[in-house]
Design a protein around this ligand. Structure first.
Ligand SMILES: C[S@@+](CC[C@H](N)C(=O)[O-])C[C@H]1O[C@@H](n2cnc3c(N)ncnc32)[C@H](O)[C@@H]1O
Length: 237
């Protein structure tokens, strides 16, 4: 994937944090999705839809772009401007109670959002797996705590994140939360390599949240945090 193809879409208006396109690039490079054109991919917590655009362009599949904070009207308008409204459909549903059909999706991708809603035991089995087809693939990229600081999010990150610090978990904690299931064939959790690039691209943007993050980057964000990649492959039939 050539990230240069997406530069014109990446701006203070469409970004909501460290570059989601950079995080997605690493996920797709490591675990390429090779769907058929009629396959359906769920982009869960898609924000302003940047990742949905990349998934659609890179895979050719149809994408359901679901988010909670950003309205379907706003994302629909953007997808029309980008000329991808025939391939990407916007939805606004809470990940805790999705109403999609059972085994509807060939893949699920979630960038910089899974940590907001999926940090309880059994969430993956009860609220994610039912929507995936047999043989399906899950790709997740989220901010987390470096392994050396596991369990210390409150102590180390609260100056920066306040009460949201608990959402930052280590690689091992996420591996435990993904857990196991008879439908799962394999799973991998790793510390991602895109940390510096994803953060630099965000911190250089003129956005009030980026300005806030800049104050904590050297003292908190770089020493204690990382991005965590999660890959799950389901058994075929
Ligand atoms: C930091 S933004 C990242 C958005 C986008 N993935 C990106 O990287 O630009 C986190 C996103 O998670 C979504 N989110 C948080 N809680 C959610 C929930 N319960 N259900 C669905 N989406 C949720 C929000 O709507 C928000 O757009």
């Amino acid at each position: 994937m050539d990230i240069g193809n997406y530069e014109k879409y990446i701006s203070a208006e469409t970004m909501m944090g460290p570059s989601c396109v950079r995080i997605l690039e690493e996920l797709l490079d490591k675990y390429p999705l090779r769907p058929a054109p009629e396959d359906l991919i769920l982009d869960l917590g898609c924000g302003k839809g940047l990742t949905s655009l990349v998934i659609a362009r890179e895979t050719g599949a149809k994408v359901y772009a679901n988010d909670l904070w950003v309205s379907t009207e706003e994302n629909r308008k953007r997808f029309m401007q980008w000329g991808v409204d025939g391939q990407i459909l916007p939805f606004r549903e809470d990940a805790n109670k999705l109403s999609f059909k059972e085994k509807q999706f060939d893949a699920l991708v979630s960038v910089d959002s899974y940590h907001y809603f999926a940090g309880s035991e059994g969430f993956f089995q009860e609220r994610i797996l039912p929507f995936l087809k047999d043989g399906g693939i899950v790709l997740i990229g989220i901010p987390g705590l470096k392994s050396a600081y596991a369990g210390r999010a409150g102590e180390l990150l609260s100056d920066w994140l306040g009460e949201d610090a608990y959402m930052f978990r280590s690689q091992d904690e996420w591996r435990g939360l993904i857990g196991s299931d008879e439908r799962m064939e394999s799973a991998a959790v790793w510390e991602m390599e895109c940390f510096e690039e994803a953060w630099n691209e965000w911190l250089s943007v003129d956005h009030k949240f980026a300005r806030g993050d800049r104050q904590y980057f050297e003292s908190v964000i770089r020493p204690y945090t990382c991005f965590i990649g999660i890959y799950v492959k389901l058994k075929g039939i």
